[in-house]
Design a protein around this ligand. Structure first.
Ligand code: A8S
Length: 188
């Protein structure tokens, strides 16, 4: 955990409710928070697409899901060049369209994240008087041989920050498109 620095009591309550990882001795775990100026349904429509992470994740070039999209579905993800990885195999653990929670687990791939599992939860909020979305993403992962907990957390947090920034950009773009016309139905 990041020592709960800068988290509001509401954020802490959401984390207690949805993000209860139990990191082992040789694992690291952390939570990131992002406020997005787009309504929850817009952000959720991107997050819930387990079969299309490339819609907002900037490092993913391709994704294939075998079989139907359901809990337990597995996706094969290709990573763009320039990163210390090319593929990742990931399983859908939880997809809750009522609570807006998505959880995935990494099963394998040619990267160093072993026993990685993450949870994303979305919560409606009001930002500057308009509908916005609070996104909370947490993870737990093994600390690889020869790395420290801090290094591992820093690496994963950096990737997730990029994903959340991009999620905000794409969702906010969709929210602006929604505003074209008629003007009175504009949600931003
Ligand atoms: C996610 C979160 C992460 C993805 C990481 C942390 C990854 O896709 C990238 C580089 C790696 O070294 C590991 O929700 C892996 O996507 C960009 C291939 C898993």
């Amino acid at each position: 955990m990041n020592g709960n620095r800068g988290l509001s009591s509401l954020e802490m309550e959401y984390i207690r409710r949805h993000h209860n990882h139990e990191p082992g001795e040789n694992q690291c775990s952390s939570v990131l928070v992002k406020h997005i100026k787009a309504p929850l349904h817009q952000v959720w429509s991107l997050v819930r697409r387990f079969d299309q992470p490339q819609k907002y994740k900037p490092f993913i070039s391709r994704c294939v899901v075998r079989g139907n999209l359901e809990i337990g579905s597995v996706r094969e993800v290709n990573v763009k060049s320039g990163l210390p990885a090319t593929t990742s195999t990931e399983r859908l653990e939880l997809l809750d369209d009522n609570e807006h929670v998505l959880s995935i687990r990494i099963l394998g791939g040619d990267h160093r994240l072993r026993n990685y599992s993450s949870i994303m939860s979305l919560h409606p909020e009001v930002i500057d008087g308009r509908p916005g979305t609070l996104v909370i993403e947490s993870f737990v992962v093994d600390v690889p041989e020869g790395n420290t907990k801090d290094d591992t957390c820093y690496f994963v947090e950096a990737l997730i920050k990029c994903n959340l920034k991009s999620l905000a950009d794409v969702s906010e773009g969709l929210a602006v498109q929604d505003c074209t016309e008629p003007i009175d139905r504009c949600t931003r």
